[in-house]
Design a protein around this ligand. Structure first.
Ligand code: ADP
Length: 259
């Protein structure tokens, strides 16, 4: 049947052209999930067909960040169906597969298996899959680089020295695995006081850009430490969808990743 043949060809070519962008950090709490969400939406706004996979077993937060907390994916013929979000980027999350507090106790092979299921889901015509990895360089990351060959990795760090040392370890991990580093995002950079407007730098200033320079990797931009980011994120409204300075900052990062 010609129709079936056409579909087959289309599926094959989609498989080979779909790109995985891994978002990683050396340690937790630096804003890797927040950057993943807003990067995915920023790429979507640039016209890419984007899906998001949340592989962070320690804190699968994408259902909350994308405004679809409590949703579960369905499966057809054992293939997962990504869950639609209000923002045009469908998601699959470890947190949707098991209770969040259970995922932490998963052994490496279980978490790696779940990552495979989420990446092999029915992504239809998505051409970019952003993957929110767990922090550090464990089993899930190993499976990611060995089995699923990301097109590149985005590393998220705060400006603090300690965070940057961890970020360097993550960068090293991807370089050794032969995964191109798309670049480094400095998150929680510069705090604007909501009362007087004075900018302070609780974690230092410019450290990530300097580190990117030393390491010879692209610097993708700076996201301010901004209470509006935390509040919008907690409310399931990704800040990049707003029109403040923080939305612009996220859009600029997405534009750099897209080039
Ligand atoms: P990670 O994925 O690295 O563990 P998260 O993205 O979950 O980090 O962020 C940790 C916490 O910090 C969340 O409450 C999040 O809303 C908040 N956060 C992240 N980035 C910023 C920022 N630039 N400004 C304010 N709060 C932020």
């Amino acid at each position: 049947v010609p129709g079936v043949a056409t579909v087959r060809v289309a599926q094959t070519s989609q498989r080979t052209t779909r790109r995985i962008v891994a978002v990683a950090s050396g340690k937790g709490g630096v804003g890797k999930s927040t950057v993943s969400t807003n990067l995915a939406l920023g790429l979507h706004a640039l016209g890419r067909r984007v899906g998001l996979v949340d592989a962070d077993i320690y804190g699968p937060s994408q259902p909350m960040l994308m405004g679809v907390e409590g949703t579960k994916p369905t499966a057809h013929d054992k293939q997962l169906q990504p869950v639609s979000t209000p923002y045009g980027v469908p998601i699959l999350s470890m947190g949707q597969l098991v209770a969040a507090d259970q995922a932490v106790a998963w052994r490496g092979p279980m978490a790696a298996g779940a990552l495979g299921q989420m990446l092999d889901a029915n992504w239809s015509n998505q051409d970019v899959i952003v993957v929110d990895l767990p922090p550090g360089t464990g089993d899930v990351q190993l499976t990611m680089v060995q089995k699923h060959r990301p097109a590149g990795a985005v590393i998220v760090s705060t400006p603090q020295d300690l965070s940057l040392i961890d970020a360097k370890r993550a960068i090293d991990f991807f370089v050794k695995a032969g995964v191109p580093i798309i670049g480094l995002v400095e998150n929680m950079a510069g705090y604007a006081c909501p009362h007087c407007g004075e900018i302070s730098d609780p974690f230092g200033n410019g450290g990530a850009e300097a580190a990117a320079g030393v390491l010879g990797i692209p610097f993708l931009g700076r996201i301010p430490l901004d209470i509006a980011i935390r509040m919008a994120s907690d409310a399931g409204v990704p800040p990049v969808s707003g029109n403040g300075a923080e939305a612009t900052a996220f859009r600029q990062v997405a534009a750099k990743v897209d080039t």
